[in-house]
Design a protein around this ligand. Structure first.
Ligand code: G3P
Length: 217
């Protein structure tokens, strides 16, 4: 499973990239707003920090305007992935970009039919939003499972990028269901390593090691 980080905070991305566990980055207009910096400057900096796909989202509503924005964004770096909304105009733009060999991430997916359309439009990634479905009492994980089955039935190559992840359990459950990628907020990604028994065990190993009076080097 690939791990993307869902943020436009370059300090966080730098720290996580140094772990060697990061396969890409996703951003959206809200995350750019939170970063408080010019979009193209932030995206360029992120593309320098990670080799994998960096999703940059268009904000136009109509296909040709989306494609014009996509041209601006793809000029920033080779690893730009164009994020498009799950609308008919977004799918039309997705088809054009896919045919040109540009990576695409179709976002704001809340149904299996929407995911089917994105795969037919040649999307590189489909982003089902788990947390926002959970927020309205619909099980977001059921959507991941449905999309996995549909994509496997027809051997679609579109990768399932589980988004709107809120908890460490979301990551584990998406991995169990066969999502190809999880895009995870920095704090949740860092929390994955933590287990109280690991901390307790390490503490006791270190205390016993100190008693031996030895050193390895
Ligand atoms: O980047 C899209 C998605 O991950 C947003 O998550 O927490 O705003 O629903 P959230």
């Amino acid at each position: 499973m690939k791990f993307f980080v869902d943020t436009a905070d370059t300090a966080e991305i730098k720290e996580l990239a140094a772990t060697g566990l990061l396969d890409g980055v996703t951003t959206n207009p809200s995350l750019i707003m939170k970063a408080g910096r010019p979009m193209k400057e932030v995206i360029a900096e992120i593309c320098d920090l990670v080799d994998g796909p960096v999703s940059a989202e268009v904000v136009a509503m109509e296909k040709d305007a989306m494609l014009a924005e996509a041209r601006e964004l793809t000029a920033i770096a080779n690893n730009i992935c164009i994020k498009l909304p799950l609308t008919l105009e977004g799918l039309k733009a997705c088809r054009v970009l896919s045919d040109q060999g540009t990576q695409t991430n179709v976002t704001l997916c809340f149904s299996a039919n929407q995911a089917l359309l994105a795969a037919k439009a040649g999307a590189t990634f489909i982003s089902p939003f788990i947390g926002r479905l959970d927020d309205i009492h619909i099980d977001g994980l059921d959507l991941i499972s449905d999309i996995r089955q549909i994509y496997d039935n027809y051997m679609f190559e579109t990768e399932i990028l589980a988004a709107s992840i809120r908890t460490a359990n979301h990551v584990k459950d998406c991995a169990l269901l066969g999502a190809d990628v999880a895009t995870i907020p920095p704090a949740t990604l860092k929390a994955l390593v933590k287990h109280p028994l690991t901390e307790k065990g390490l503490e006791s190993f270190m205390a016993d090691w100190a008693k031996t009076g030895q050193s390895i080097i």
